[in-house]
Design a protein around this ligand. Structure first.
Ligand code: NCC
Length: 337
C-alpha cells in the first residue's frame, strides 16, 4: 500500500543508511576509477547492479507475499500479464541507466568532492520536476528554501580537492557535462517513479521488479553498444577487484534504500532529509571522534537548518504572512493616494 504507516524511527533508519551508502559509494567509485591499471568496464558494473537489485527485490517480495504460490501469482499478474506496466517502468529504468553510467563518467574525470558539490543541483531540478509532473505547488518561500538547501549542502560538503596524483587521463569538461546529464536524469526519473508508485496500490517491490527487468535489458544493451568488442575479448568481469565488487554492492543497496525512502517520503523530502543526515553524522563524528569542523561546514549547516525550517512552514501561514504584507501595502498605497 502506498500510504502504509511506518514508524519515524524506520524512516530515519532508511534515510541514514541511504545517505551513508551514497557518501561511501561516491568515494569508493572514484577510487576504483583512478587506481587500477586493468580498468573494469563501468557499463558491466551498472548492469550487474540491476541484476542484484532484481534478486534482492524478489527476496523482499517473497517476504511480503509470505508463500511461494502467492509470490508466483504476484509475478504472473504484475509482470507477465501486465506488459503495459512493465513498459511504463522502462522509462525511469532507461533514464536511471543513463544517470548511473554518467556517475561513472563524471567520477572518472572529476574529483569526488567536486562531483558531490556540483551534483547538488539535482535538488532544485527535482523540485521543478515535482511541480511539473506531480502538479504539486511550492510557495515562493519553499522555492527559496530549496535553493538555500542546495547552497547549504554545497558548503557542508565543500572539501579541498584531492592532492594525490591520479593514474588516468582526465577530462573535466566531460565530467561536468556528465554531471549536468545526471542531474536532469535524477530529477526526472525520481519523480516519474514516485508518480507511478503512488498512483496505485501496487507494492514497491513489484514496481522495483518491473523497473529492474527493463533495467537489465537496457544496461546490457549499453554494455554491448559501448564496450561490446572489449567485453567479448576480455570478459564481462574483467578488472573486477574486491573494491569494484564493493562499489556494485553499495550501488545495489543504495538503490533499494532510495526506493524505500521515496515510498515513505518524497523526492524533495529525500533531498532535505539527506542533508540533515549528513549534518547529524558530522556532528556525531565531532562528539565521538573529535573531528574538527570547518567554518564552511558551520555556515552550510546553518543554511540547511534554516532551509528545512522554512520549507516546513505551513503553506497557509506563509500565504497569510504574504497577505498581511499585501494588506499593509494596499493600506499604505491608499493612504498615499
Ligand atoms: O541521485 P539519486 O540518489 O536520485 O539516484 C537514485 C539512484 O537510486 C536507484 N533507484 C532509484 C529508484 C528505485 N526504485 N530503485 C533504484 O535502484 C537509481 O538507479 C539511482 O542509482 C541522492 O539522492 O543523492 C541519491 O544518489 C545516489 C548516488 O549517490 C548518486 O546517483 C551518485 O552517483 C545514491 N545511490 C547510491 O548511493 C548507490 C542514492 O542512494 C541517493
Amino acid at each position: 500500500m502506498a500510504n502504509e504507516p511506518v514508524s519515524l524511527i524506520f524512516k530515519i533508519y532508511c534515510l541514514s543508511v541511504m545517505t551513508l551508502v551514497a557518501a561511501t559509494y561516491t568515494v569508493a567509485l572514484r577510487y576504483t576509477r583512478t587506481i587500477s591499471s586493468d580498468l573494469y568496464f563501468s557499463t558491466t558494473a551498472v548492469c550487474i547492479t540491476e541484476v542484484i537489485k532484481l534478486i534482492l527485490s524478489l527476496g523482499m517480495l517473497a517476504k511480503e507475499t509470505g508463500t511461494p504460490s502467492r509470490m508466483k501469482n504476484a509475478i504472473v499478474e504484475h509482470v507477465f500479464q501486465s506488459p503495459k506496466e512493465v513498459l511504463k517502468l522502462s522509462v525511469p529504468s532507461l533514464v536511471y541507466a543513463v544517470q548511473n553510467n554518467m556517475a561513472f563518467l563524471a567520477l572518472s574525470n572529476l574529483d569526488a568532492a567536486v562531483y558531490q558539490v556540483t551534483y547538488q543541483l539535482k535538488i532544485p531540478c527535482t523540485a521543478l520536476c515535482t511541480v511539473l509532473m506531480l502538479s504539486r505547488s511550492l510557495s515562493r518561500l519553499q522555492w527559496f528554501s530549496v535553493f538555500m538547501l542546495c547552497g547549504g549542502v554545497t558548503l557542508v560538503q565543500w572539501k579541498p580537492v584531492e592532492a594525490t596524483k591520479v593514474q588516468i587521463e582526465q577530462n573535466p569538461f566531460l565530467g561536468f557535462v556528465a554531471i549536468a546529464v545526471a542531474v536532469l536524469c535524477s530529477g526526472f526519473a525520481g519523480v516519474y517513479f514516485e508518480k507511478v508508485l503512488k498512483s496505485s496500490d501496487t507494492s514497491l517491490w513489484v514496481r522495483n521488479i518491473q523497473m529492474y527487468l527493463s533495467g537489465i535489458v537496457v544496461t546490457l544493451a549499453g554494455v554491448f553498444v559501448t564496450d561490446g568488442d572489449k567485453v567479448l575479448e576480455k570478459g564481462f568481469f574483467f578488472g573486477y577487484t574486491p573494491w569494484v565488487c564493493f562499489v556494485v554492492f553499495l550501488a545495489s543497496v543504495g538503490g533499494l534504500y532510495t526506493s524505500v525512502v521515496v515510498k515513505y517520503t518524497d523526492n524533495i523530502m529525500k533531498g532535505f532529509s539527506a542533508a540533515a543526515a549528513i549534518i547529524l553524522s558530522t556532528v556525531a563524528s565531532v562528539l565521538l571522534f573529535g573531528l574538527q569542523i570547518t567554518a564552511t561546514f558551520t555556515l552550510g549547516a546553518m543554511l540547511v537548518c534554516v532551509s528545512i525550517y522554512l520549507y516546513g512552514l505551513p503553506k497557509q501561514d506563509t500565504s497569510k504572512l504574504l497577505r498581511v504584507d499585501t494588506d499593509k501595502e494596499s493600506k499604505q498605497k491608499l493612504m498615499n493616494i
